[in-house]
Structures are given as structure tokens and as C-alpha cells.
Design a protein around this ligand. Structure first.
Ligand code: G3I
Length: 388
């Protein structure tokens, strides 16, 4: 259950922390915020958050407001999280985060409309065909209509590709594919576009960063899917690259990844980095060494990624090591460090101090070629300004 994120609790805590006596002087001496370093190059930077974190932790909320121009609900918009009975959705759960974003003029990424792994059980029990299609289209339409003008982009179908299935189209075998058929993606994208013509529609995928045969196959499959969608005039605006980096794992080839991004851009699509973080279960225990390896991974990845001018949005999957799926055992039992030490995947540590990963992000934004002014950061934020 997400605690209530009231205006009073969020305002009082976060702004008091930001505006407390003496804090203006401290702010003048503080390093710049990631949001400003990114915005100076026309890039939108943000993080995922949970409503419960914003409601309960003033220091964390103040950090989010200082560093981020965009937020993403980590779980609150997932269909299974919102719906326990056929065609009933509890909008009050995402509403709190959407209201928070509107109040503080943060851009909001919508994550996600459909994800096989977080689909309500009642949907899985529906008969194949028409009733499943209607329920899926209703879900997409209601979300996009309700948050029209407040969500600047949607991950419409999260993680649609699985090269292991042996299907020629490489579509993941999901409840949507089973019950509706391979057109489900096109149907969902069309419903989203119809309900909110201004929101960017994103295909969000993982496992497409590293230099392995499996990742190479998946990159090719993603490209084929995007080409197919363009050919069918299915509305799609961007590829979301999740980018859960893995320290000491598979090799990374900047030129190959760079080539892939250029191929996506050549289709006329934008690119967003949607879930950047780094698992460190294979890295040494010693913190300075570990943080250095995490920062190096961020740097190598971002240097390649930000070289692509079609990439205008960077989101880390969390801001502080206090809150990450990687440090929550229920989300990451498999990737748990053998020595039991807490993982350190994000730009700030659990006490909210900057880490070398923050420095790597800052350096990458500083070095990034400028994007066309007003293409990403400004329009996403303008949605919220326009509503005030
Ligand atoms: O809040 C409950 C808590 O009450 C309960 O005691 C606990 C024990 O099971 O579970 C808690 O809920 C968990 C929730 O995260 C909050 O920690 C869920 O079990 C857990 O499944 C959920 O995991 C989320 C996961 O997606 C699945 O939805 C992670 O927070 C979230 O970071 C992760 O995010 C995904 C992206 O959406 C898509 N890409 C991959 C990424 C990482 O897995």
C-alpha cells in the first residue's frame, strides 16, 4: 500500500529542506545539478521514484527536486499494481505521483501501459480474442486519456522481444500475443496515439547494450520490429534502452552500440535511456574500487550513447543506493552479493552523498554534443508549465 503523498507532507518537507536558513548559501556553493548539466545540452535527465519514498522521506524528495527534471513511477502505473478486478483500476495510486510532477513542474515518463510480467491475473483468465483485445485497448485508452497533457511519453509495451522463442518476428511469448495475436503491439500503439496524440510512444527493451551474440540478435530483432511498425504506419516515436549495466559481466563495444543507435535514428526515431543503473555483485567489496568500476561503466556507456544526437532523454533507475530494485532482495535475489554487502548501483549513496557515478554522469552531460534547442527537455517540461 502506498502511503498518502499529501501536498502538505511533500511541500513542507522537500521545500523546507531546500529553503532552510543557510541552505541558499550552501546551494550557491553546491555542485551543479544533473538536470541543469543535461539541460544545458538540451537533454532531459530524471529518475524513477516511488510515491511512498516521496511521502516518507523529505531529504530524498529534496534531492529528487534538485537533481531531476523528469520522474518515472517505478511501479505505480503498472497494470497489475493498479487493478485487481476486471476493468477496475485504482487511479489514485499513479495520481499521487502525477500530481507531484505537475506541482513541481517535473516532466513525467509513463511506465508502462502493458508489461507481460505485471499483467493482472484476471486479464490472463479472459477468453482469447475479442474480450482480451477490448480489455487491453480499454486499459491503454483510459491511462492515456486520464494523463493526457501530463505524461510526455509512454512505454506502451514493455519488453516485447525475446529471441529465444524461435519466432520469425521474435515477439516474446506473452499473454497479449497468445490472446490477441501479433498485432497486439500495433493495436496498443494506435489506441495510445488516439487517446493522447501529443505523447511520444516508446518501445522499451532490455538486453540490447552488450557485445554478445544474444544481445546482437536482440538488437537486430528490435530493429526489425521498429521497421515493421514504421512500414505498417503504426505510431511509434522512440526506442527506450533500459541499460541495466553489469559490472564485470559481458563486454561492451562502444562502436557496435553506437552503430545500433544510428540505425534506430535512421528510421526517424528518437532514443531514450530509460533505466540506467549498474549491478555490482561481481565487483570487489572495497567501496572506492567498486564505485570506480560503476562510474567507469556509466562513463563508457554514456560516452557512446550521448554521441547519438537522436538521444535526448536519460533516466537513471533510481537516484540513491537507498532505493533501487538492485538493493531490494525481493526484486534481485539472483544478483545478491555473495558477501552480503549492499549494492551501490546509483549516482548517490544511501546517505545521499554524491558518488563517482554522479561525476561520470555530470562529465558525460558536459561532454555531450548539444541537441537542437527545444527538442526534448523544453517540450516535456512545457506540458506542466502550460497547466499551471
Ligand atoms: O511493496 C511490496 C511490499 O509491501 C512487500 O512486502 C514486498 C515483498 O514481496 O514486495 C513489495 O513490492 C515489490 C516492489 O517491487 C517494491 O519493492 C514487488 O514485490 C516487486 O515485484 C517490485 O519489483 C519491481 C519490478 O520492476 C517488478 O515490477 C521493482 O521495484 C522495479 O524496480 C522493477 O522495475 C523494472 C522495470 O519496471 C522494467 N525493467 C526492469 C526493471 C527492473 O526489474
Amino acid at each position: 500500500m502506498v502511503p498518502v503523498l499529501t501536498r502538505r507532507s511533500a511541500m513542507a518537507g522537500a521545500l523546507a529542506a531546500l529553503l532552510a536558513p543557510g541552505s541558499r548559501q550552501a546551494a550557491a556553493n553546491a555542485p551543479p545539478a544533473l538536470r541543469d548539466l543535461a539541460a544545458a545540452k538540451g537533454i532531459l535527465y530524471g529518475s524513477c521514484v516511488q510515491g511512498a519514498q516521496l511521502a516518507a522521506e523529505d531529504d530524498f524528495t529534496a534531492l529528487v527536486l534538485r537533481e531531476c527534471a523528469a520522474i518515472v513511477p517505478e511501479n505505480e502505473m503498472k497494470w497489475q499494481w493498479m487493478s485487481h478486478r476486471p476493468d477496475e483500476e485504482d487511479f489514485s495510486i499513479p495520481d499521487r505521483i502525477v500530481d507531484f510532477a505537475t506541482r513541481y513542474r517535473l516532466a513525467l515518463r509513463g511506465h508502462n501501459l502493458l508489461w507481460y510480467w505485471r499483467t493482472p491475473d484476471w486479464f490472463k483468465a479472459l477468453p482469447r480474442g475479442q474480450s482480451a483485445e477490448s480489455a487491453m485497448v480499454r486499459r491503454v485508452t483510459e491511462m492515456c486519456r486520464r494523463y493526457r497533457g501530463r505524461v510526455f511519453c509512454w512505454d506502451v509495451v514493455n519488453e516485447p522481444i525475446d529471441v529465444e522463442t524461435g519466432r520469425a518476428d521474435a515477439l516474446r511469448k506473452t499473454v497479449f500475443l497468445d490472446e490477441i495475436g501479433p498485432d497486439y503491439l500495433d493495436l496498443a500503439h494506435r489506441a495510445a496515439r488516439e487517446a493522447d496524440p501529443a505523447a511520444s510512444l516508446v518501445v522499451n527493451e532490455y538486453g540490447i547494450v552488450y557485445d554478445t551474440p544474444a544481445a546482437e540478435q536482440k538488437r537486430t530483432a528490435v530493429l526489425r520490429l521498429l521497421e515493421r511498425m514504421k512500414r505498417n504506419a503504426t505510431p511509434v516515436d522512440a526506442l527506450g534502452v533500459q541499460a541495466h549495466l553489469d559490472i564485470g559481466g559481458d563486454p561492451f563495444s562502444p562502436p557496435k552500440f553506437r552503430r545500433f543507435l544510428a540505425d534506430v535514428a535512421a528510421l526517424g526515431l528518437d532514443i531514450q535511456i530509460t533505466e540506467l543503473d549498474a549491478t555490482d555483485e561481481r565487483a570487489p567489496a572495497e567501496i572506492a574500487a567498486r564505485d570506480g568500476l560503476v562510474a567507469d561503466a556509466y562513463a563508457r556507456f554514456l560516452d557512446a550513447a550521448l554521441d547519438e544526437p537522436a538521444l535526448g532523454v536519460v533516466v537513471t533507475w533510481g537516484l540513491s543506493d537507498r532505493h533501487s530494485w538492485i538493493v531490494r532482495h525481493e526484486c534481485n535475489a539472483q544478483g545478491w552479493r555473495k558477501d552480503g554487502l549492499p549494492s551501490r548501483p546509483l549516482p548517490f549513496d544511501a546517505a545521499l552523498a554524491r558518488k563517482r557515478a554522479w561525476t561520470a554522469l555530470a562529465a558525460a552531460f558536459r561532454a555531450a554534443p548539444p541537441r537542437p534547442p527545444g527538442k526534448w527537455a523544453a517540450p516535456a517540461l512545457a506540458l506542466h508549465h502550460a497547466r499551471r
